[in-house]
Design a protein around this ligand. Sequence first.
Ligand code: NAP
Length: 378
Amino acid sequence: MNLTNNVIRFTDRPEGRPTAETFAFDSETIRPLLNNEFLVKNLYLSMDPALVGRMRKEDNYAESVEPGEVMHAYAIGQVIQSNNKKVKVGEVRFGRFDMQEYAISNDTENTKAINLGLADPSWYLSLVGITGATAYFSLFDIGQPKRGETIVISAGGSSVGSTVAQMAKKVGCRTVAIVSTEEKAKQVIADWGYDAAVCYRGKSTEELEKQLALACPRGVDIYYDNTSGDISEALLDLYNENARIVVVGRLGISHLPDTRLDTGRRDNNVILSKRIKKQGFVLLDYQSKIMGAVIQIAKWIKQGDLKIKEDILHGIDKTPEAFFRMLDGKNDGKQLVKLADVNHQLDPSPRWLGAHLISKRFPTSILALMISRTRTSI
Ligand SMILES: NC(=O)c1ccc[n+]([C@@H]2O[C@H](COP(=O)([O-])OP(=O)(O)OC[C@H]3O[C@@H](n4cnc5c(N)ncnc54)[C@H](OP(=O)(O)O)[C@@H]3O)[C@@H](O)[C@H]2O)c1
């Protein structure tokens, strides 16, 4: 097979925010597979804020991308050739297959076959994939929401934020979003059932704090922090005793040339006097438990308990545009790029099994609890 692979290369580390020059289009002929390798045709690429962290050369939980390399990205792809006994042709797999049309891999540990009886392929990059699993484990393991509590979610309209909001609402929490504009504030209330939403753009920390105090009349029990930086500082005087802060993202400081340049009020006094727990979350730590979240979330979607929203551009040449839509907050739902359709006839996975695991009679939540060891009560 003589295939041409169109790719997006990472040119050089940006000083601060990435620009159009951070990416370059290129194409190459795909080489023959070596032993244990398999060739994947990418179907969907995921545009994640964490890609900015990969462009930096600083201490991070994810591997850095090197200048000249194909830009990293998680993707869903279908195997079209295999020299690996563990990987079947036709299988649809999730993994870091990067910003390109085809990927060669020999990694069967970090790329996983997915079951299309449980969910559509793109959903494995959104609500049943990175987004949903991040929301599920960080909220229930660290946030530990209880009925009647108030949760504030920064980047409240983001895919992760809106999923956390839906889950917390089902538990019986008051949900409050922090978003960029008044228009977005109205939209997240309508779309995700937030009880209140405040906007941060153009406001001082003091002004944002006043708005948050009005939106949280019983104080704040959980702060779900997708941004870090100045936005998070506005919460400091609003916490109740034994509040939990779940640190999940750094969207608010990603424009800095070095995230160590972030400055602000020190929070130790509040943490100590209010007995607050503040904990960072990295999804990679949950890899062995992820299937529990996947089946539980797929069941919740089927029951109508969780909604999904995706924003899809088409074609590899649209990938940088999709990346900047995500970075500028212009995306309406999880930002994806679609490259190809799945060939359903080729897929050898037992779809009947996936469909059975989320069927009405099957005790999905018990199985999900056994695999994920995460207690949920929605
Ligand atoms: N730790 C982990 O394992 C893990 C895994 C997955 C995701 N995450 C984190 O989860 C967060 C949400 O990710 P996602 O994929 O759900 O994002 P997303 O759907 O792409 O949404 C990103 C949103 O962030 C907001 N935003 C962008 N720049 C911002 C800035 N400078 N300050 C404040 N807000 C800004 C925008 O909303 P506004 O217009 O309202 O500002 C935008 O809509 C990110 O921080 C990501 O890194 C963490």
